[in-house]
Design a protein around this ligand. Structure first.
Ligand SMILES: Nc1nc2c(c(=O)[nH]1)N[C@H]1C(S)=C(S)[C@@H](COP(=O)(O)OP(=O)(O)OC[C@H]3O[C@@H](n4cnc5c(=O)[nH]c(N)nc54)[C@H](O)[C@@H]3O)O[C@H]1N2
Ligand SMILES: Nc1nc2c(c(=O)[nH]1)N[C@H]1C(S)=C(S)[C@@H](COP(=O)(O)OP(=O)(O)OC[C@H]3O[C@@H](n4cnc5c(=O)[nH]c(N)nc54)[C@H](O)[C@@H]3O)O[C@H]1N2
Ligand SMILES: [Mo]
Length: 764
């Protein structure tokens, strides 16, 4: 099947009101405080705004859906940030996307609206179905919706023709039931947003230290002497991390910021809540900004390791007793020349030696990173190099030190812990099977990129999405759309309208669910759910707002109802949906580290999951040692007329959800189709800011093109450019993925910039 004619998989541009202001030098402060109020008031009204903002991240309240940064323990004052407030306000909108709305607009018409417009329409009110041959969604009952899914599964015969995607907001309870359902059905086809996100971290750390997670706690930030922030923009994406960095700084820590852009949050910070204490000063955060070229981190880390070796800043005892592979590392690092390090990283030897000396002096260092490292061809390798740098100084498993991949979605880490994984370990499956009386399939399932390929081949009958916005989050938008169009039935469990409701299979369902902020009442009474933050703390989350529609259902209820309809098994799924304690009881038996889950998770602020490197400097690798895993530097050379493009987030978006059209800290307003570009590169071409260009990306011998972008002069290395995702995803080739983790290389896309309408070399 070829999908509905006239449905656009790509967002049409919003009205272009581009204004270029100066780059902000201070993050947060009063503008952030007002901005969160304005977003709240516009979307929720006054009472709801106050109620919401005072219950977020409280021991008794709900977990902020904004990001996975942990909340300070024992905090009495509420912790919220501008972008958390936006995420919350966005969820607390009225349910205006109702059956009348869908009668008014065909899917073709909706697809001609921008992503910003789609999100602005409000919450989804009722389950809806899009039937084959029809262009308008119609109302459907919950029961008929499950019947439709069940029929598709039973017609399909092979469980591996079903694919179950998860986005990282799903609670532990829902995710656990969901993976239990999929495995009982007989498939490990569980791709998730993590495949596009921190998969490289999980793979890299798993091999090196025996656990695919970070090794620090929030308290470690109080004891750190040096903190590296690599490839991450916390001012926008993890604003509460700035508080931790500020506090660490006050205690004497030095901060090294590694980023092609001088991200505002790392320059100066002013806590919005300080205004209430009448304190008006802002604080400088980063001691050094290392403006690395995109993809130059591996070279930089080699340079930093060279300095550690030269200064003998090594933890010899730890290296000897607890690690392997150090000799190979030394050989590799010493054979890397400074010349290559300088060329590849774009940094000078002097800059690297300065940072290297800071690290050498430090007794406790933390390395933090996010998408700037993971979404590269060498994503896994570069994370292992960061790990090498920390291991050689013994900066793992002691106070104030460790590895800190900063997770994105608020429960993406928890989802993986409870089994959302297309390649689960044997030990996970054994325990699950024993506790649940099932025989899980052992064959690995598909990840995100493989799922798209399987759809393209016509090998998927059911594509079920627990949250997220698959079409806009994935690479190669047009190719992915063709894949999705091949599916018989696509199902989206969602809160808000997005493009994945428009680019669908023959039949499509929208199943509207409760959000984090909403009260969840089941037969046995009011429920709470649990989540795991970026530092392995599991805690409760309980919404306090009235659900935006009476037709919404909770995610655990949706999975349990589906399982009841589809599976022919003994399990009483519906009692678990009526009392989540019963889900947690099963989790206690089925998951390592979750013993007495119901009891322990009820303790205010929750509990830490076991983490051997952090807890006892032990490593669950085959030889029980931490591994130095060394790599050759990647080839980062490019032709003179080409650029390396990274696709990044603006300040006013949450992944594919566009809250507004501004990127305040970077001084860009009113247009998202912009290309941040080095001024010298512009002068060489005779371009001024606002000049229109077409972008062509190159991979293997293929080209992809996207027209109508405006360049903006920016402090970015020569030869590098930046655009916003999801608009630029059409340019990200499906086959350009990281080695081992298969994560799309969203931060390394080889491009040419052309005058509007000019043919590319291939088209000539
Ligand atoms: N408000 C808000 N919060 C969010 C999100 C959101 O969209 N909005 N998304 C959430 C999610 S799912 C995630 S994963 C996180 C994402 O959080 P981030 O990883 O901070 O997000 P990105 O915008 O992708 O930014 C990556 C950063 O890496 C830099 N970078 C790019 N390439 C390189 C490189 O080669 N080397 C180095 N050193 N740096 C590089 C970019 O300049 C940018 O500063 O945020 C989470 N929190
Ligand atoms: N080019 C490029 N592409 C990228 C990235 C990049 O940096 N560059 N980043 C990647 C990363 S890090 C990630 S994590 C992915 C994100 O991929 P996804 O997680 O798939 O996308 P989101 O935009 O976070 O999903 C937003 C939708 O989730 C639904 N939703 C929100 N809250 C809930 C809830 O509580 N329950 C349910 N069921 N649904 C809910 C809403 O309907 C909303 O429209 O994108 C990836 N794609
Ligand atoms: Mo993410």
């Amino acid at each position: 099947m070829s999908g509905r004619k006239g449905v656009s998989a790509i967002t049409p541009p919003d009205q272009n009101n581009l204004k270029i202001k100066s780059v902000k030098s201070i993050a947060a402060g009063i503008p952030a405080a007002t901005s969160s109020m304005v977003h709240g008031l516009k979307k929720m009204g006054l009472t709801k705004t106050i109620k919401t903002l005072t219950t977020v991240n409280q021991p008794e309240g709900f977990d902020c859906p904004g990001c996975a940064w942990p909340d300070p323990e024992h905090s009495t004052s509420f912790e919220f940030c501008e972008n958390g407030a936006k995420a919350v306000a966005d969820e607390a909108m009225k349910a205006a996307v109702n059956p009348e709305f869908f009668k008014k607009y065909t899917v073709q018409e909706l697809s001609q609206k921008s992503d910003y417009w789609l999100n602005k329409q409000g919450r989804i009110e009722h389950p809806m179905v899009l039937k084959p041959g029809s262009n308008n969604y119609e109302k459907i009952s919950w029961d008929d919706a499950f019947e439709l899914i069940s029929n598709t599964i039973s017609d399909s015969k092979d469980p591996n023709r079903s694919v179950f995607y998860t986005s990282g907001r799903t609670s532990n309870e829902a995710a656990f039931l969901y993976q239990l359902f999929a495995r009982t059905l007989g498939t490990n086809n569980m791709p998730d947003c993590s495949n596009m996100c921190h998969e490289s971290s999980g793979r890299g750390l798993g091999e090196a230290i025996g656990i695919g997670k970070g090794t620090v706690t929030l308290e470690d930030f109080d004891h750190a002497e040096v903190i590296m922030v690599i490839g991450q923009n916390p001012g926008t994406n993890h604003p509460r991390m700035l508080t931790a960095l500020r506090d660490a700084k006050r205690k004497g820590a030095q901060i090294i910021h590694v980023n092609p852009l001088p991200e505002t949050g790392l320059v100066r910070f002013k806590h919005p809540q300080d205004y209430m204490k009448l304190s008006f000063g802002s604080e400088a955060l980063a001691d050094i900004h290392m403006q690395v070229k995109i993809g130059g981190d591996a070279a930089l880390i080699h340079g930093l390791m060279k300095v550690q070796l030269e200064l003998d800043a090594l933890d010899h005892e730890f290296i000897k007793n607890s690690t392997t592979g150090f000799q190979a590392l030394i050989e590799n690092v010493t054979s890397t020349s400074w010349e290559q390090i300088e060329t590849d990283s774009g940094l000078t030897r002097f800059q690297i030696e300065t940072a290297g000396r800071m690290l050498a002096k430090s007794n406790a260092s933390i390395a933090c990173w996010a998408m700037g490292l993971t979404q590269h061809r060498n994503g896994v390798a570069v994370i292992q190099e960061v790990t090498n740098l920390m291991l050689m100084g013994g900066h793992v498993g002691k106070p104030g030190a460790g590895l800190c991949p900063v997770r994105g979605h608020s429960n993406v880490q928890g989802d993986r812990t409870v089994g959302i994984w297309e390649r689960p370990s044997e030990s996970f499956l054994e325990k699950l099977d024993a506790a649940c009386g099932i025989t899980s399939p052992r064959e690995h399932g598909v990840d995100v990129v493989e799922a798209i390929k399987q759809m393209r081949k016509g090998d998927v009958d059911l594509f079920f999405c627990m949250g997220g916005n698959f079409i806009s989050a994935t690479p190669d938008t047009e190719t992915t759309a063709l894949g999705i169009n091949n599916v018989k039935l696509t199902v989206q469990v969602s809160t808000k309208l997005n493009r994945s409701h428009l680019v669908t299979g023959d039949t499509a369902l929208i199943l509207p669910c409760l959000g984090r902020t909403e009260i969840d009442i089941q037969d046995s009474g009011e429920q709470f759910v649990t989540v795991e933050n970026s530092m392995g703390v599991v805690h409760t989350s309980k919404g306090g707002l009235r659900p935006s529609s009476k037709h919404l259902r909770s995610e655990p209820w949706i999975v349990a109802s589906l399982a009841t309809k589809v599976l022919d098994d003994e399990r009483d799924w519906m009692s678990m949906a009526s009392n989540y304690d019963l889900i947690r009881d099963l989790m206690s038996e089925a998951l390592a580290g979750f013993e007495d889950y119901n009891e322990r998770v009820r303790v205010p602020n929750g509990f830490y999951l076991p983490n051997p490197p952090r807890d006892s400097r032990t490593f669950n690798t085959p030889d029980n040692k931490a591994h130095f895993i060394t790599h050759q530097l990647p080839d980062v050379s490019i032709d003179d007329d080409k650029f390396v493009m990274m696709t990044i987030r603006s300040h006013d978006q949450y992944n594919t959800t566009i809250y507004d059209l501004h990127d305040r800290y970077r001084g860009i307003h009113g247009n998202r189709r912009i290309v941040l570009m080095n001024a010298t590169d512009m002068i060489e071409r005779g371009w001024k800011s606002r000049h229109f260009v077409d972008i062509v990306s190159h991979f293997d011998s293929e080209e992809r093109r996207s027209n109508g972008w405006q360049v903006v002069a920016y402090d970015i290395p020569k030869g590098n450019i930046a655009t916003y995702f999801p608009e630029a995803n059409i340019l990200v080739p499906l086959n350009s993925t990281a080695d081992k983790s298969n994560t799309p290389t969203s931060k390394w896309i080889l491009c040419s910039l052309l005058e509007p309408g000019m043919p590319s070399s291939e088209e000539e």
